[in-house]
Design a protein around this ligand. Structure first.
Ligand SMILES: C[S@@+](CC[C@H](N)C(=O)[O-])C[C@H]1O[C@@H](n2cnc3c(N)ncnc32)[C@H](O)[C@@H]1O
Length: 149
């Protein structure tokens, strides 16, 4: 279905929750190293509950490595608070990649600058950012809604 990319995730329960969201939408979860936890982490599996082993997870040494394996037509959307384009104004297609940043730092500035036309945000008030898994849920299920899956 879709592809969710977490760049250098740090908090196991967030990644566990995102794994569950990916399973629920039949999406692939791509984790870009370094990870802030081991893949055997108890908290990771706990957040993903019994489902973690069913999640389609791919591990990458870098985002460049991931991109090198994809076709040139692959579309990437970068989720950030540093743009004004709302996620609900984007048109999502199956196989799109939704790219999210790490909990403490967000996505690297150079990645955002190089992909400025593909950056989208979840409009919000009164806080600097949303929890990573919450942000994934909002955008992933909007993509699924658009595709009626
Ligand atoms: C906890 S946030 C990162 C916070 C970080 N201090 C920052 O300023 O980017 C983790 C990730 O969730 C996603 N995220 C959180 N809130 C978002 C929002 N309102 N719009 C788009 N993405 C968001 C982004 O991908 C972000 O990199």
């Amino acid at each position: 279905m879709f592809n969710v990319v977490l760049i250098e995730p740090e908090i196991p329960p967030n990644t566990g929750n995102v794994g569950r969201l990916c399973l629920a939408t039949q999406s692939t979860l791509h984790l870009v190293k370094p990870l802030g936890f081991s893949m055997d982490d108890r908290q990771l599996k706990r957040a993903g509950l019994d489902y973690w082993d069913e999640v389609n997870v791919r591990l990458w040494n870098s985002f460049n490595d991931l991109q090198r394996t994809q076709s040139r037509k692959t579309r990437y959307f970068f989720l950030t608070t540093k743009t004004k384009r709302a996620y609900y104004d984007a048109t999502f297609r199956q196989d799109d990649f939704l790219v999210f940043g790490r909990e403490t730092k967000g996505l690297p500035e150079n990645l955002l600058a190089a992909n400025i036309d593909n950056c989208i945000t979840i409009p919000m008030h009164g806080t600097r950012s949303l929890n990573l898994a919450t942000a994934v849920a909002i955008v992933l299920f909007e993509a699924a809604r658009q595709q009626r899956c």
